[in-house]
Structures are given as structure tokens and as C-alpha cells.
Write a protein that binds this ligand. Structure first.
Ligand SMILES: Nc1nc(=O)c2c([nH]1)NC[C@@H]1CN(c3ccc(C(=O)N[C@@H](CCC(=O)O)C(=O)O)cc3)CN21
Ligand SMILES: CC(C)C(=O)C(=O)O
Ligand SMILES: [Mg+2]
Length: 278
């Protein structure tokens, strides 16, 4: 029985996407189409357009709450938005971000994940950091928490980095990132998210990884792509990051725009060189 409060919003007869499907898609070379969502109606829109993975991103601090960074987002915010996003899904796999300093120790990370997977109905948690997160990933992974390791540009470090900047242009930084990806995979990460790196580095990390690598501003060669839903609908004010493409341009409806995004990821036409960093 469908117990969702939004059965009218859901894809009915679809087989839900599992972590095994994501691994198989990488093996088969089928691109993984991902988008953020923060509520049931957008989740349902994405679900029926064929999005494979929906992320409740801490970007909600910026696009939903109107802050200038993701730093003020709380665990309660993420639990609430994860739960109401899950309510709109029938097929897509649900991943939720751990917010700033809610995973500073492995014990904190486990407790935050318990809430996000329990009350929040997340099927995987994502958090930022390289080598420093290896022990936390092992701790969670061995206790049944699927983890996506977010490397490259880490928006939660904005105040430390002095802005949102492309990472890995320097050869030594690129080498460390390649090593970190391996380390985090060995620690038990089931997925890697790679943000704002040169396409060549995106290609190398993806080729070396056994788990799926999802890119945002990481070029065309990652196993999948992710964008912020409001960015692809042209709803984000101000200067757009280079990797953003507005799929409402020329689309007749929201459904068509999101379906066009999924098709463009699947056939490799997004991202084009104009959306990538050299
Ligand atoms: N609406 C929105 N979209 C996002 O993709 C996003 C958020 N919010 N919030 C959380 C993070 C922050 N992100 C950002 C924000 C800005 C740039 C940016 O302006 N990048 C410059 C690169 C500058 C350089 O060359 O170093 C660009 O031109 O794309 C990138 C990622 C990605 N995430
Ligand atoms: C941009 C994606 C990768 C993210 O972490 C978020 O939406 O918070
Ligand atoms: Mg995030």
C-alpha cells in the first residue's frame, strides 16, 4: 500500500533506485542524473522526470532560507526538509547533506546520520572533507550508513577559503585530491561528489574510482551530474556559476525542463565545455 501523504505526486509503478542500481549504472556507463530538492512538490516533479538521485542539499540555506552561505543551516532544518522531500518520492534515491559542524567527530556524524536516516528518511548521507573524514566514513559505513564523500570545492569551508573557488588547479592539490578519493573509497564511501575542479581532474578521479563519482562543475567525464534545482529553472538571482545551465530556456513547462536536464545528462550533452573548468 502506498502510505505517502502525496500519492498523487508520485511515480506509481516505478522500481525504486537502490545503491546497487547506482553501482551498476557506473559499470554500464549509464550517466546518473541528480538534482537537489527541498520539498515534496519539487521532489515529485524530479521523480516523474526520471531523476535518479535527489539530494536535500544544505544549499537550502542559500536558495530556501536566503543566507549567503550554507554555514547557518541546522540539523533540524535538514531533518525537516529531508522528511518533506522524501514524501514526494516514488522512484529516486534520497541523499541528504550533513550540515556544518554536525559531523566534526565520528560520534556526532553517527548521531546526525541516525536522525537524517530515521526522521529524515535519507538513504545516504553526504558530507564534505578529504582525508580528515576517513575515520568517520569507516565508522558510519561499518554501522550501515551509506556515505557520499564530498571533495573538491567544499562550500562549508567558505569562510576559511575566502570564497567559492575552483579547486585542484594546482598540481599538488590535484594529487592530494586523487589520493583522498582513493582513501575515502577504501574507508567505505559508496559514492563521491566532486565539486568545481578542472575537467581533466574530474576524468582522472572518475577513472580511478570503483564507486560512482557525481560531478558539479567537474566536467563531462564523471559518472553523473548534479545541479541545484532552482539554478536549472532560472530562479537563482545574481551571477551564475559557470557550470549552471538554465533548462527553462525554451521549455514549455517545469516537467519538460527537468526531463530535458535528465536527457542532457544521460546523452552527455550537458555539461558542454562552456559549463566546465579547464
Ligand atoms: N544556487 C546554488 N547553486 C549551487 O550550485 C550551490 C549553492 N547555491 N550553494 C552551495 C554551493 C555553493 N556553490 C558555488 C557557488 C559559487 C561558485 C562560483 O561562483 N564559482 C565560480 C568559480 C570561480 C573560480 O574560478 O574560482 C564560477 O565562475 O563558476 C561555485 C559553486 C555550489 N553550491
Ligand atoms: C551543490 C550540491 C552538491 C550540494 O552539496 C548542495 O546542494 O548543498
Ligand atoms: Mg551541500
Amino acid at each position: 500500500m502506498n502510505t505517502s501523504p502525496y500519492p498523487h505526486l508520485q511515480q506509481r509503478d516505478a522500481q525504486p533506485v537502490t545503491i546497487s542500481d547506482l553501482a551498476r549504472m557506473k559499470a554500464d556507463g549509464e550517466k546518473i542524473a541528480c538534482l537537489t530538492a527541498y520539498d515534496a512538490s519539487f521532489a515529485a516533479l524530479e521523480d516523474r522526470a526520471g531523476v535518479d538521485v535527489v539530494l536535500v542539499g544544505d544549499s537550502l540555506g542559500m536558495v530556501v532560507q536566503g543566507a549567503s552561505t550554507t554555514v547557518p543551516v541546522t540539523v533540524n532544518d535538514m531533518v525537516y526538509h529531508s522528511r518533506i522531500t522524501a514524501a514526494g518520492l516514488g522512484r529516486a534515491f534520497l541523499m541528504t547533506d550533513l550540515p556544518f559542524l554536525s559531523y566534526a567527530t565520528k560520534h556526532d556524524a553517527l548521531e546526525t546520520s541516525r536522525r537524517l536516516m530515521g526522521e529524515g528518511a535519507a538513504q545516504m548521507v553526504k558530507f564534505e572533507g578529504g582525508e580528515i573524514q576517513a575515520n568517520t566514513i569507516e565508522h558510519l559505513s561499518m554501522r550501515g550508513v551509506p556515505v557520499c564523500a564530498h571533495i573538491g570545492l567544499q562550500p562549508q569551508l567558505v569562510h576559511k577559503m575566502g570564497g567559492f573557488k575552483v579547486q585542484g588547479r594546482d598540481g599538488d592539490v590535484a594529487k592530494t585530491m586523487i589520493r583522498d578519493a582513493k582513501l575515502l573509497e577504501d574507508a567505505g564511501a559508496d559514492m563521491i561528489l566532486l565539486e568545481c575542479v578542472p575537467s581533466s581532474l574530474g576524468a582522472e578521479i572518475t577513472a580511478n574510482a570503483k564507486v560512482p563519482v557525481i560531478g558539479i562543475g567537474a566536467g563531462p567525464d564523471t559518472d553523473g551530474q548534479i545541479l541545484v534545482i532552482y539554478d536549472i529553472l532560472g530562479l537563482s538571482p545574481g551571477r551564475k556559476p559557470r557550470f549552471v545551465k538554465n533548462f527553462m530556456d525554451g521549455a514549455a513547462s517545469l516537467d519538460n525542463a527537468v526531463a530535458d536536464y535528465v536527457a542532457a545528462v544521460k546523452d552527455g550533452s550537458y555539461p558542454s565545455p562552456s559549463h566546465a573548468f579547464k
